[in-house]
Design a protein around this ligand. Structure first.
Ligand SMILES: O=C(O)[C@H](O)[C@@H](O)[C@H](O)[C@H](O)COP(=O)(O)O
Length: 312
């Protein structure tokens, strides 16, 4: 349990939910509501969480004993604003990768899917953040094995979404000449390229993760047990040949590398994610959905994605 002193707000009863700006629930993955007065715990029930909409504009925060934090936003813009605040504070606090004696570089790993455009929303009109990020290096959480100009390329998605904000030379994709190799060799070539720039899993400052409707994250998919375990000897990037989400050939940060990074932030939006999210946060992730296996992450989600998380 998180010590109560760490919490700045409590939910005493569901009737007071509308008045609360910050609500903290305690528990291990499955959030419990704690009655401040009696200390009594109550398990959430699978009821519709219409109460979230009562706290219009408010943030519902669930702090878990695992050090995960789940923050629910009413709108994508509010979520993007929190993301930009988080990034700014990480860049301010980070000592960064020591690229040379006088140069510190912040390293961000970005997912594909909706992440690049959300990141653009988060970083647009943020001159302070962009000044601080001007020396950052942007790497890919995962990449589809396609040429860089292919519509499926995550490199292209990140480059196009951040055009005008980030210089394309500072976005690192896998070496184009490795594309003809098998996925495992492409993954090794990418890891080697990053290592040649001093980037190792443990000096990635921030990993920005999405989650698919099936609970996958990066290109780590459900039931791929061999790749879902964290292991000290695991590789930096791994090759995937049978991704259920097309295209099938991909490379991805390994679970171990994701876990080794300094900070993990999930961004999850849309009703399509509601079941997986509720499974992870309310049912203890018994199905071992990959996103739910990532530890110590900040989850920024919208009300649609959180619509199946409910409380008594
Ligand atoms: O390249 C990819 O396929 C991704 O990196 C993948 O893991 C993505 O982040 C999720 O599928 C969520 O995608 P959405 O944000 O588009 O739902």
């Amino acid at each position: 349990m998180i010590p109560l002193s760490h919490c700045t707000g409590f939910l005493c009863s569901t009737t007071s939910i509308g008045a609360c700006r910050n609500l903290f629930c305690l528990g291990n993955r499955v959030p419990f509501l704690q009655n401040r007065c009696s200390g009594q715990e109550r398990r959430p029930q699978r009821k519709r969480a219409s109460c979230y909409r009562v706290c219009s504009g408010a943030v519902l925060q669930l702090a878990m004993a695992t050090d995960d934090e789940l923050c629910i936003y009413q709108t994508k813009d509010a979520l993007a604003a929190r993301l930009s605040k988080e990034i700014l504070s990480l860049v301010q606090d980070s000592r960064g990768l020591q690229a040379s004696e006088n140069e510190q570089v912040f390293v961000v790993a970005v997912s594909g899917g909706s992440m690049p455009s959300l990141l653009r929303t988060a970083l647009s009109d943020q001159p302070e953040a962009m000044t601080r990020l001007s020396r950052a290096l942007w790497i890919l959480v995962d990449e589809r094995v396609v040429p860089r100009d292919h519509p499926d390329s995550n490199f292209r998605a990140v480059r196009d979404a951040l055009e005008g904000l980030v210089c394309s030379e500072r976005i690192l994709g896998f070496p184009p000449d490795s594309i003809a190799l098998d996925t495992s060799s492409i993954a090794d070539a990418y890891a080697e390229l990053l290592r040649s720039k001093g980037i190792k899993p443990e000096n990635i400052d921030l990993v920005l993760l999405g989650m698919g409707e099936d609970g996958h994250t990066a290109s780590l998919f459900p039931n791929d047990e061999a790749n879902l375990r964290s292991a000290p000897e695991a590789k930096f990037y791994i090759g995937i040949d049978n991704s259920p989400k097309p295209p099938p050939r991909r490379i991805t940060l390994s679970m171990t590398a994701i876990q080794a990074a300094k900070r993990r932030i999930f961004v999850v939006t849309g009703k399509g994610k509601a079941k997986a999210l509720s499974h992870i946060f309310q049912e203890g992730n018994t199905k071992r959905l990959p996103a739910g296996l990532v530890q110590n992450a900040l989850w920024l989600v919208d009300a649609d994605a959180a619509s199946e998380i409910s409380y008594r």
